[in-house]
Design a protein around this ligand. Structure first.
Ligand code: UN1
Length: 497
């Protein structure tokens, strides 16, 4: 397989880091395969990228929004042509199965078309004044230079959620992707370069969050920060930004939950639990890591869920027969196995899985068996903390009210789901589940890009991501209000009434 070189992209040029240092990006399905050699950046590289973004800002903010939209439209077309290449690269670099890699790229394509259109709908309000010969309006204006810090689990989609709306709103960008997916990020930026993004408008700097991410977020040349990743890092960035009065948006973890009621269509609920719990090897912030099941159907559900999970085939995500790929790296691998030990120590019942999977070719990668714990108590750590791996905790519930109380009883609030045929229960769930997203008869994953995405409590802070006016546009623009008095005399609002 081809080894790639992922360089920094600063002021329209692909450059090595100033120190000349590099690091490797490895295929988690096969540690022997180096996917790419990546420029390892330091503060001096960040300084240059921020400066380039600052210098490009005035010209870009004054470029008409429909023109900015045309570049995004072109990016969508190129992404469409390169969908297969990018999807395969995602599988090699972070392990998700090809079908999911392609879905990830599709999310970016959809976002690009959607935001391209927003360039012509960039509207504010015009309202009448209380006074004669005076007009007034609100305008969306860009915020300035955005630092965008993204995770490894959606290597193309999440950067697209941030970069496209930031660009359409007229901001310039310093983009710092997770070091796990540097090659994907570089390929994505190459596409935007090909689409015609002017130099300096989008800059890419590789490196680790600790070394360059925090420095970037607090950099004096940055106006606002958008981050997706763990609560630990996100809350640290909130602190840094709060201290210097800088807008920050964070999308963080989840302890998402599926509620299975006594009247649920169990075929559907089990498919949903498998897809939500083990899709992307459980490494989604929306993953269904908890399931609460009504006591009347608990035993049947468990038996069938166990059978379905044990049939999943693990392997390299590029192979057609693979259902579930590896987890992303050694640190996550050990962290997840450690959580499995914690679950056993806490007295949860291990139903299936629970071990690393080292058969055949899988010995070369970071594979963990799909794991289900039964008889989990809501306060156990495995039911409270984000594991970010293929581990699902199943909790018994008496009724819908108890299931909702359990669902709401963690520090997170991103995504939730209820399976039931009873319209009244869906209404209660919709009203009372304390989450950013509620699914009805569908799993906790699969948010679409034209509605806002995000959660409450430890799942997120600030405005929401992705789509909808309340998502993308409100995050990446601010309101400016204009009053114009053309009466030629002093008029006093409120007083002259
Ligand atoms: C994430 O896991 O970080 O709703 C985002 C979903 C995807 C996005 C997940 N569209 O599952």
């Amino acid at each position: 397989m081809k080894m790639e070189h992922a360089k920094n992209y600063i002021n329209g040029e692909w450059v090595d880091s100033e120190s000349g240092k590099t690091f490797q990006s490895i295929n988690p399905a096969n540690k022997e395969e180096v996917v790419g050699v990546v420029s390892k950046s330091g503060r001096e590289d960040i300084d240059r990228a921020v400066q380039a973004a600052r210098e490009a800002y005035d010209k870009w903010r004054l470029t008409p929004a429909p023109r900015r939209g045309e570049i995004l439209f072109k990016a969508a077309e190129i992404l469409k042509n390169k969908k297969e290449i990018l999807g395969r690269l995602e599988t090699r670099e972070m392990g998700k199965v090809l079908m999911e890699g392609l879905g990830d790229v599709q999310e970016a394509i959809d976002m690009a078309y959607y935001m391209a259109g927003e360039g012509r709908r960039f509207s504010g309000e015009t309202v009448p004044s209380e006074l004669p010969d005076k007009d007034m309006k609100s305008l969306r204006v860009p915020i300035g230079v955005f630092a965008l810090i993204t995770p490894w689990n959606f290597p193309i989609a999440i950067p697209a959620w941030k970069i496209f709306p930031a660009l359409i709103c007229g901001n310039t960008i310093v983009f710092k992707p997770s070091s796990e997916v540097s090659v994907c990020a570089a390929k994505f930026v190459e596409i935007l370069e090909e689409a015609g993004i002017p130099k300096g408008v989008l800059n890419l700097v590789h490196g680790s969050g600790g070394e360059v991410g925090e420095y970037l977020a607090g950099h004096p040349g940055i106006d606002a920060v958008s981050f997706t990743g763990s609560f630990e890092i996100g809350s640290r960035l909130e602190g840094i930004c709060g201290n210097i009065h800088r807008p920050v948006v964070t999308e963080m973890g989840g302890k998402n939950v599926i509620l299975v009621m006594e009247d649920a269509n169990l075929d559907l609920a089990i498919e949903g639990a498998v897809w939500g719990g083990f899709g992307t090897s459980g490494q989604r912030c929306t993953a269904a890591s908890r399931v609460t099941v009504h006591k009347k159907v608990y035993d049947t559900f468990m038996e069938r869920f166990q059978t379905a999970a044990s049939q999943l085939r693990l392997g390299d995500g590029l192979k057609k027969e693979t259902d579930m790929g590896p987890v992303v790296n050694e640190t996550q691998f050990h962290k997840i196995l450690n959580y499995i030990d914690i679950g056993k120590d806490e007295g949860a019942r291990l139903i299936v899985g629970g071990k690393a999977h080292r058969e055949g070719e899988c010995a070369k990668g970071y594979f963990i068996q799909p794991t289900i714990f039964g008889d989990v108590a809501p306060k156990m750590r495995i039911a409270q903390e984000e594991i970010f791996g293929p581990v699902v905790s199943v909790i018994r519930a008496e009724d819908v009210e108890e299931a909702i109380r359990i669902a709401n009883g963690t520090p997170f609030g991103l995504s939730s789901a209820i399976y039931t045929q009873d319209v009244n229960k869906t209404a209660i769930a919709e009203r009372d589940l304390d989450f950013g997203i509620v699914y009805i008869n569908a799993s906790t994953i699969g948010a679409e890009i034209h509605l806002p995405f995000g959660g409450i409590k430890r799942s997120g802070y600030g405005r929401k991501e992705a789509g909808g006016r309340g998502g993308a546009l409100d995050t990446y623009s601010r309101w400016k209000v204009i009053y114009r008095d053309f009466s030629g005399r002093l008029q006093k609002a409120q007083i002259d009434k």
